[in-house]
Design a protein around this ligand. Sequence first.
Ligand code: NAD
Ligand code: TYD
Length: 353
Amino acid sequence: MSAPSRVILITGGAGFIGSHLTRLFVTRHPHYKIVNLDNLTYAGNLENLKDIEGSPNYTFVKGDITDMAMVRSLFETHHFDGVLHCAAESHVDRSITDPLAFVRTNVLGTVSMLQVAKDAWKDHYEGKLFYHISTDEVYGSLGETGFFTETTPYDPRSPYSASKASSDHFVRAFHHTYQLPVIVSNCSNNYGPFHFPEKLIPLCIYNIIHQKPLPIYGQGLNVRDWLFVEDHVNAIDLIFHKGKPGDTYNIGGHNEWKNIDIIRELCRQMDAKLGRAPGTSEKLITFVKDRAGHDLRYAIDATKLTRELGWKPSLQFEEGLSRTIDWYLSNEQWLSEVTSGNYRTYYEKQYGH
Ligand code: NAD
Ligand code: TYD
């Protein structure tokens, strides 16, 4: 390609949100060079990026964000002017069994990335931006009413949200202390294609296909605010280009659902799509032991993003869910590679080492 107008490092680009973000940047901004740094944990899957892996403005690098020497040499080679920092351990249940893995990647990894960006940019911050992708879970748990705004005090309650909260604080501390140009966005629960099937929606889609039990924690009354992943990455693109350095933006679709109601809606749509009698899949619903410290309700107020940058979600939930189910039904091979673990050999097959 001719000289790129911007060179951007995306971390965690082989994961769920990262792969949508990478695809969007590679295809919507052909004059940018995009480098995807991912160490391919269980959640990283290069098959998510098969359609763009040959693009002239895209490069994949296998590596760990905590490896400062390697990240420094990447900065020296590519002269990044933007970082979209997505890499993280992201599953609450895993954080309950192994909190240190979350401290390592989410806290140490983020501080390492900040330090390297700061050193590489050497106080010449014109045109530079470190964009940190975060979650609404840092704000804690709501009761029946109210919403999280950008000024809601942090109150993380799981090891996952505590590690993300810590990383958000470090990002802001680098801005305050060293004037590093940063943006943080905190988004609600995402759903859509390429979602790893240990999270609620893809797990239940898989189990409905295979007529296995649908495990609902507690009584299924916990509420999450769901956003289609493409709406999230469109918001990130907008904020990256038009947002104000130093600011925080909440992203969410005003789309609250109790877990049990989502699963009922999934069952209803999938019975229709699979030609099963209405009510067939609901019989698979199984109430299981609740998650330890299970947050009751998350709900985002994204007014600032709409008011300042004109962002709005594009899809109604029922439509987004229908598109998601259709994607899983027509990508059963992706699903079986992931559930069998075969996807982990893709890197060796594709890159040969
Ligand atoms: P994911 O678990 O699907 O993907 C994470 C990616 O990071 C994987 O490709 C993994 O291989 C990579 N990774 C992990 N540790 C790494 C390391 N040490 N070095 C390099 N790469 C590493 O996560 P996701 O759901 O796509 O979430 C992406 C980001 O968005 C996270 O920061 C998460 O906190 C945030 N977020 C997620 C949601 C959601 O609903 N999934 C909502 C809001 C915010
Ligand atoms: P999850 O997809 O893990 O996202 P998060 O914990 O980040 O919100 O879970 C979404 C909701 O679904 C959460 O309230 C926990 C619940 N849940 C179940 O009831 N059963 C399951 O098997 C899983 C994975 C989640």
